[in-house]
Design a protein around this ligand. Structure first.
Ligand code: IMP
Ligand code: MG
Length: 200
């Protein structure tokens, strides 16, 4: 499956940040329109791949919340949905890979086809921890659908079945992704202003 690869020169320049966020974000990385279209495409792919064996979708809170809502509505199967919350130690913009489970799953994974719905894969350390953890629950299969993957950043080897977009290095917010809990409510994916991190 070809993954749209967002390069610097493809950045949409015609969209301005909303005024309430313009102190923190610079340019749009993925416009709301491109984002919503791609989420629909991913939903269609998953619908085809999982026909006859509806998946159990596991969202990783809080970042994947917007993506989970839209993606699940684009999957035309009787999916079930559960959430986990993890806290990963590190700074506001870098995870250390040491992950603590803050909210565990409610549903039993035994013999289920699990599809992990993740907002963004940076180093890959969080996801690789989760993968190992989920496999101990005896699912029939575990696959990953990541909305965003940062180019060239992965320190853990991962097998990602579905990828929304590959984006260049740099911190992004919006559509569920935050910096210190803010800007999750932006539609689209936006680049954080250089230096913003040091001002908070
Ligand atoms: P990883 O363990 O380095 O792959 O980081 C994964 C987690 O860090 C993601 O699930 C996000 O919650 C967070 N993260 C990584 N990069 C970004 C970003 O650019 N914006 C917002 N959150 C991010
Ligand atoms: Mg996350």
């Amino acid at each position: 499956m070809p993954t749209p690869n967002i390069k610097r020169e493809d950045l949409a320049t015609n969209l301005l940040p909303p005024t309430w966020a313009s102190h923190a974000i610079s340019e749009v990385v993925i416009s709301p329109k491109a984002l919503h279209e791609r989420v629909k495409e991913l939903g269609n792919l998953i619908t085809e791949d999982y026909r006859g064996r509806p998946p159990l979708l596991i969202g990783v809170l809080k970042g994947a919340s917007s993506f989970m809502t839209d993606l699940s509505q684009s999957i035309h199967l009787t999916v079930e949905i559960d959430y986990m919350a993890v806290a990963s130690y590190g700074t506001a913009t870098k995870s250390s890979g040491i992950v603590r489970i803050v909210k565990d799953l409610d549903l039993d994974l035994t013999d289920r086809h699990v599809l992990v719905v993740e907002d963004i894969v940076d180093s890959g350390l969080t996801l690789s921890y989760l993968n190992r953890y989920l496999k101990t629950r005896k699912p029939a299969s575990v696959e990953v659908c990541a909305l965003l993957v940062k180019e060239g950043q992965q320190r853990a080897k991962l097998d990602l079945k579905y990828i929304g977009f590959t984006i260049p290095e740099g911190f992004v917010v919006g559509y569920g992704l935050d910096i210190n809990e803010k800007f999750r409510n932006l539609d689209g994916i936006w680049r954080l202003k250089i230096g913003y991190e040091s001002k908070i």
